[in-house]
Design a protein around this ligand. Structure first.
Ligand SMILES: C[S@@+](CC[C@H](N)C(=O)[O-])C[C@H]1O[C@@H](n2cnc3c(N)ncnc32)[C@H](O)[C@@H]1O
Length: 263
């Protein structure tokens, strides 16, 4: 993958864990609290009775909400500190489990077949989603669904025509058509994460092709947008003029990698 350096280990998430836990549990991220969480929950539908894999679950807030609404959840994350925090937030008898693991190697974990895989802003942590998408497709029941919120590849960290590069997000060698490696601190509610975070943004057509090669079909895209009431708030006008998030929903169509498909 030209221009993209090797992925760092999970050490940056360990350094950012306390910050992340405080921000998520305090509802400090307005994008999530007021926009994207609603879009993700709407896409998941009625959680009661569903078995849901939370891939890259972080400290577990989404799993907790889904379990509160009646789902059985399995959270997987590479960060030991975040998984420890997630486990500590669970009461005995809750329908939640949290495992340290890599969602690109789900077959190494004892994950049951699930109705929904949700990947909430975790797929941009990895350079190549091929194995993750294959694992997600294999983990799902034939009628299951993938619900994946990702950074919008067309707008997030994209070199924009006649605009100056944004610090930390763009470098001269970046083009939309390459996998972009973005190194940037999280800035949430006026606070800055201790460590920069590395994320990868790929061209949209490439991610869609990778999903299809993994066997996903009926792929739909949604751009979560502020409501008319939210547009009245200057914060949204300042920070979300362009869609920064893309919600992907897909079904495992049965066809797997290398198998010809009519769709
Ligand atoms: C931006 S955070 C999102 C966390 C959580 N989904 C949320 O919305 O709060 C990305 C998470 O993905 C996890 N992650 C990154 N790569 C992973 C991988 N290959 N397997 C499992 N978890 C991973 C990170 O440790 C981190 O907790």
């Amino acid at each position: 993958m030209p221009g993209v350096e090797a992925e760092p280990d999970a050490a940056c998430w360990e350094r950012n864990a306390a910050f992340w836990i405080e921000m998520m549990r305090g509802g400090q991220d307005r994008y999530r609290a007021e926009l994207t969480d609603l879009a993700v929950m709407r896409a998941i539908g009625e959680p009661a009775g569903q078995v849901i894999l939370d891939a890259g679950c972080g400290e577990g807030y989404l799993s907790r909400e889904l379990a509160r609404l009646g789902a059985k959840t399995i959270g997987v994350d590479t960060s030991r500190t975040l998984i420890a925090a997630a486990r500590a937030s669970v009461a005995t008898g809750d329908r939640m489990s949290f495992e340290v693991g890599d969602f690109r190697r789900l077959c190494e974990l004892e994950i049951p077949v699930v109705d929904v895989v949700v990947a909430n802003l975790s797929i941009n942590d990895i350079a190549d989603p091929t194995r993750a998408f294959e694992g997600f497709a294999n983990a799902l029941t034939p009628t299951g669904r993938l619900v994946m919120l990702m950074l919008h590849p067309c707008f997030y960290g994209t070199p924009a025509h006649s605009e100056a590069p944004t610090a930390g997000l763009e470098t001269a060698e970046h083009t939309y058509f390459s996998t972009r490696r973005l190194v940037k601190h999280f800035e949430i509610a006026g606070r800055r994460s201790p460590s920069p975070s590395t994320r990868y943004v790929r061209p949209l057509a490439r991610d869609l092709a990778t999903l299809r090669e993994a066997g996903f079909r009926e792929i739909t895209l949604t751009e979560p947008a502020p409501s008319p009431e939210q547009w009245a708030d200057p914060w949204w006008r300042d920070y979300l003029r362009r869609p920064l998030f893309l919600l992907v929903e897909a079904r495992p169509g049965g066809a797997r990698r290398g198998v010809a498909s009519a769709t």
